[in-house]
Write a protein that binds this ligand. Sequence first.
Ligand SMILES: Nc1nc2c(ncn2[C@@H]2O[C@H](COP(=O)(O)OP(=O)(O)OP(=O)(O)O)[C@@H](O)[C@H]2O)c(=O)[nH]1
Ligand SMILES: [Mg+2]
Length: 626
Amino acid sequence: MNDIRALKEQQRDKHPGFDSYLECMTRSLFTGLATFSLGFAGVYFLQQIGQRYLPYTRKGNVLVATLVSTVAAYKVTSDRTLACQARWMAVEDKYSVLQETLETTPEKETAKSRGKYTDSSKYKSGKVAGQRHKASNKRTSTQDEEDEEEAFGNGASDESNRAQLIDDREYDSVASSAMHVTKRILNAQNVVIIQPYIKWGPRKSVTKPELLLQEAEALVRSLPRWNTALSLKVPVETLEKRQLFGSGKLEELKAIIRVQQEAGAMLSCVFISKGTLTYTQKQTLEHEFRLPVMDRYSVVVQILRLHAVSMEAKLQVALAELPYIWSQVKGQEAGSKGPIGGSRVFLSDSQRQMLQLRERKLRHELASIRSHRELLRNRRRQKNFPVVAVVGYTNAGKTSLIKALTQEQSLQPRDQLFATLDVTAHAGLLPCKLQVLYMDTVGFMSDIPTGLIECFVATLEDAMLADVIVHVQDMAHEAHGEQRAHVERTLGSLMRTGSDRTLTPDRIINVGNKIDLVPDPNVILQKDASVEDDDARLHLISSQTLHGVHELLLEVERRVLRVTGRQRLTIRVPMGGPELAWLYKNAAVTETAADPANAERLLVNAVISEGKLQQFRHLFIGSRKT
Ligand SMILES: Nc1nc2c(ncn2[C@@H]2O[C@H](COP(=O)(O)OP(=O)(O)OP(=O)(O)O)[C@@H](O)[C@H]2O)c(=O)[nH]1
Ligand SMILES: [Mg+2]
């Protein structure tokens, strides 16, 4: 697993002997030999000086030097070996627990299909399974498997039921007539983008129309083989009008499209960048333009369909499509007499039943996946790894930031909207050597109907329950202020709806990303200097050049320690005793040193939670003082 390998490599420099037992022993032996040589040379040299005054023989000198350096070398080697052994065993145990935690996150499915992590079955056999058994000595792997079966029911048949739900031809034809979405984009699509905006009055668009248009273009760019043939912004009085635009404007738009077509452009569709078009608006515009018309909802659904990798994400997207189809059907039933010419959604009785049944099945399957997620979340909590969720507007650089913080090479940031559709866990190491799990999340976007986002809210539950939330903002984006406000509003409403945790400022770290693209970062710094609460300050970084990433890591550490009630302590433990191994396993050990006051003891600097400290006290203290 790449996370584990990267972590081990990071630790390797800091912990001699970390990587393998053999290496551990070899290093101890070399330290012993070095002590012997230095000791011998030192003692011999001192005796040579003393020989002027005392009657030493050469043989005597060698004998004394050998004796003294052998004792010193023995002491150093044995202490080092014991410490090394304890550390090696404990750290390996701890990693196997981490490995198991990552393996059993809901992302296991995603990871498998992306080939991101190694096959989990490998860890259930042989050496690693043995270690896992040792590490989680209260739970056996059989218990784990029973839990999984209990939560998932009969795994294989569930999988095939879910795959059937996704691959349903009858449904696909209904979806394609209602939304113009397709399973695969086979041919190049030339899209006309029209961005309507209200110029005056109380309902005036908050975001500048140029920025809205840029976002619409970015949505089109996120689809393979989709090109923008033409993009226009059009002022309107209201977004509710039957034909959306005034008659004069509509004629103007039709003429522009006609000119394009006469010049030989093969236009595929018109993308009206409005959340959802009503059935009548869509019908009217399709009739007028003589081209299929899509709105933001259907374009986003098309992107989500193509980017969904895990079964959960696919089911979520499938569920997100249904309200849209029903709204089109209802619009038609309401007797809106749209002109003939648009794509009508005729549903037979059996198709209606099919849609109703599909909705029930999708909800059932998602509920079962979510109960499994809950189970895994509880298990992850028991394992006590602090969780840091990375949230933000789509394309702000969440995945890139996690890559910068964890050095996990398998993460592939993409310049696409909604590139990440699954909440995935990635192991990282804080400067104090405490392991944390970073959760990558689905990006937010404004002007996306709530029905579409609701389906992904459940995946954000994990993020809401994280110890610390990192809010990534794209400082190079002109509308970063609006984007930040939108994310904060959405996070606030998510907290109100489902979570038992409050969104206190000490849990949120504001990160200003892509600072390498900002011509004058001082302007941002000056603005931020007026913020009184230190916790609300913006941390300026670039995930690409890694500028400010180390400072951010220190801030993440500070918050994690504070929020999770962990503390740094120096604990005195007997050399080679069980205490050291216990600390390596249950706390983050930063440093060990010989106790100058007592040669039999070690001073261990560790980061430990209050609960674990109580446990340590209970297990080891009482009979002795630390
Ligand atoms: N110049 C620059 N580009 C960056 C930086 N961080 C991210 N990017 C680029 O921004 C694009 C989006 O990055 P991602 O990390 O995929 O963004 P995201 O927030 O995970 O996006 P979604 O998963 O789609 O919501 C990619 O092309 C990155 O290479 C940065 O600090 N500087
Ligand atoms: Mg991402």
